[in-house]
Design a protein around this ligand. Structure first.
Ligand code: ADP
Ligand code: ADP
Ligand code: ZN
Length: 214
């Protein structure tokens, strides 16, 4: 099962991807998490990505495409995977499609988690992230047992630099311009599924499971 998560920044892609991956036992591939881990470890890729991320801009396609194409070819992806945060541009989607085509594969589901811009700022201001394991929380909507500490791995949570309201506004503009066209791209390929992301976490997940099958 090869799944792509679509939706605005803060729509709940990462949260749902985690739940899907736990239920179906497939890897969660988040390009944002990969970049944040590289920034934390101060790698060359991290240094290149950081300035774009801090401004709420997309990292150039050439820094992300090969990384994902190589990742989905690894052994643990043979039963499928969830791509969260990739593709984000038409050229990225085309590159993925071509790479899959070469081995006779294609994306099975592109799940668009729909949340209007008005709801996004509040979601982002309460988001807390674990850079160690990639888990995501919200101070009000998805709190941890101990404040500031990851339930899953015990690491200290961070407030992402790019979750400031000014940066979130840029990210939403970038989303509408560069990423939203992917909705038509995947609709044309008959794999688009839309879910209402304004509902509670569990209700959104139930809608996704109804699409994927139990
Ligand atoms: P969100 O969870 O809010 O959607 P992500 O964690 O997926 O954000 O991504 C954070 C940032 O990392 C993006 O704003 C962008 O700068 C960069 N990034 C992540 N994935 C990609 C991608 N596929 N293409 C370009 N930039 C990306
Ligand atoms: P994305 O990966 O699309 O950027 P996240 O999964 O990180 O989004 O979610 C953004 C924030 O909103 C997080 O703080 C998360 O805990 C919270 N959140 C996710 N889904 C919901 C929901 N259905 N209702 C309320 N808050 C949510
Ligand atoms: Zn953690």
């Amino acid at each position: 099962m090869k799944i792509i998560m679509l939706g605005a920044p803060g729509a709940g892609k990462g949260t749902q991807a985690d739940m899907i991956c736990a239920k179906y036992n497939i890897p969660h591939i988040s390009t944002g998490d990969i970049f944040r881990a590289n920034i934390k470890n101060n790698t060359e890729l991290g240094q290149k990505a950081k300035s774009y991320m801090d401004q709420g801009l997309l990292v150039p396609d050439e820094l992300v495409v090969d990384l994902v194409v190589d990742r989905v070819k690894t052994d643990d992806c043979k039963n499928g995977y969830v791509l969260d945060g990739f593709p984000r541009t038409i050229p990225q989607a085309e590159a993925l499609e071509n790479a899959l085509k070469a081995s006779g594969e294609n994306v099975d589901y592109a799940i668009d988690v729909e949340v209007p811009d008005e709801n996004i700022i509040k979601r982002m201001s309460g988001r807390r992230a674990c850079v160690t394991c990639g888990a995501t929380y919200h101070v009000e909507f998805a709190p941890t047992k101990v404040e500031g500490v990851c339930d899953k791995c015990g690491a200290e949570l961070i407030i992402r630099d790019d979750d400031k309201p000014e940066t979130v506004k840029n990210r939403l503009a970038v989303y509408h311009e560069q990423t939203q066209p992917l909705i038509d791209f995947y609709a044309d390929r008959n794999v688009l599924k839309e879910v209402d992301g304004t509902k509670k976490l569990e209700e959104v997940f139930d809608a996704i499971v109804a699409i994927l099958g139990a």
